[in-house]
Ligand binder design. Structure first.
Ligand SMILES: Nc1ncnc2c1ncn2[C@@H]1O[C@H](COP(=O)(O)OP(=O)(O)OP(=O)(O)O)[C@@H](O)[C@H]1O
Length: 298
């Protein structure tokens, strides 16, 4: 018998009064997937996550998590989550919170190992209120994994983290997936989603715009990103240049055809150094996708 999908959302609509936060959303996630959920502010990401954690129920449609109702405690115990705001008890120490939260789960993870993985070992005796914002964030994600959940839902887990802390968190998330875990993660740092997620779901105005592998989403945009050093002001006006940003002599531009652009630089005798060509990024794809739909709604 095949097991049910970890997440099974079918034709879900969620309204808040007049406000349509989710509009006929259908989404399934299989065990072991790491899916990035993207969308501009107000797109409906947090609302979708609140349906999966069982905090809200859909206005219509069905939401199943691990084959059960996400509002059922038996389902919730197998789901770890971190909301955007983490309310840790200020006066409790890290190890006390770990002990307290562990007791809620039948088969908790090894706390020392988990804290080590999140770079929190040196902070176990510190009160939560004395942790920095970034440390609290990392701790909240560690707590989401403490019950060995089958699914973790991470809403903006790395907001406010410095680059080292972000890498620590990425490694911990990847380790969790390597052990068979399933992850749905939202982030405004698209390079983070590009690095972590094998699949991307983009929502906007409550609707799923795209649901595909990260590679396929990036490949939809037919642009190259070119960086070079040049003082020449004519660059911005070349027909092969779609958009250009300049900081002093450091220029980054988008072009549909990097080869044609390079030929143009040479024939126009434009002086340049340190030319680097890279493919499009997830950020480029996202900007193009959401720009395409902006006109439909305004
Ligand atoms: N409790 C609520 N009452 C009324 N409207 C709400 C409520 N929660 C969300 N909304 C509305 O639903 C829509 C989707 O909001 P949601 O918070 O899910 O978006 P989001 O994609 O998570 O945005 P962000 O990236 O800013 O966190 C928005 O229009 C928002 O104003």
């Amino acid at each position: 018998m095949t097991s049910p999908p970890v997440v099974d959302v079918a034709h879900v609509t969620k309204t808040f009064g007049e406000n349509l936060a989710l509009d006929d959303v259908t989404l399934t996630i299989a065990r072991g997937e790491l899916v990035g959920l993207l969308g501009p502010n107000g797109a409906g990401k947090s609302t979708l996550i609140s349906l999966l954690t069982g905090l809200r129920k859909p206005s219509s449609g069905s939401v199943r998590v691990l084959g059960g109702d996400p509002r059922d405690p038996a389902t919730r115990v197998a789901v770890g989550s971190t909301p955007q705001q983490t309310g840790l008890p200020e006066t409790l120490k890290v190890d006390e919170v770990v002990e307290f939260v562990s007791r809620h789960y039948p088969d908790p993870a090894d706390a020392d190992e988990l804290l080590e993985r999140f770079g929190l070992t040196d902070l176990v005796h510190r009160q939560c209120g004395a942790l920095s914002g970034g440390q609290q964030r990392r701790f909240a994600v560690a707590l989401a994994m403490l019950g060995r959940p089958a699914l973790v839902l991470l809403d903006e887990p790395t907001t406010g983290l410095d680059i080292d802390a972000r890498h620590t968190l990425w490694n911990a998330i990847e380790a969790y997936q390597a052990e068979g875990g399933t992850v749905l993660v939202t982030s405004h740092y698209l390079e983070e989603i590009q690095r972590l997620a094998q699949r991307v779901v983009v929502i906007d105005h409550g609707r799923v715009l795209v649901d595909d592998t990260t590679r396929a989403v990036i490949d939809r945009v037919d642009v190259d990103r070119v960086a070079l050093v040049s003082a020449d002001a004519r660059l911005a006006d070349l027909p092969e240049v779609m958009s250009l940003e300049r900081e002093g002599e450091d220029v980054t531009l988008l072009t549909p055809d990097a080869d044609a652009l390079v030929r143009r630089l040479v024939t126009e005798d434009i002086e340049f150094r340190r030319l680097r060509v890279a493919g499009a990024s997830l950020e480029d794809a996202f900007a193009q996708l959401t720009a395409l739909t902006a006109g439909d709604h305004r």
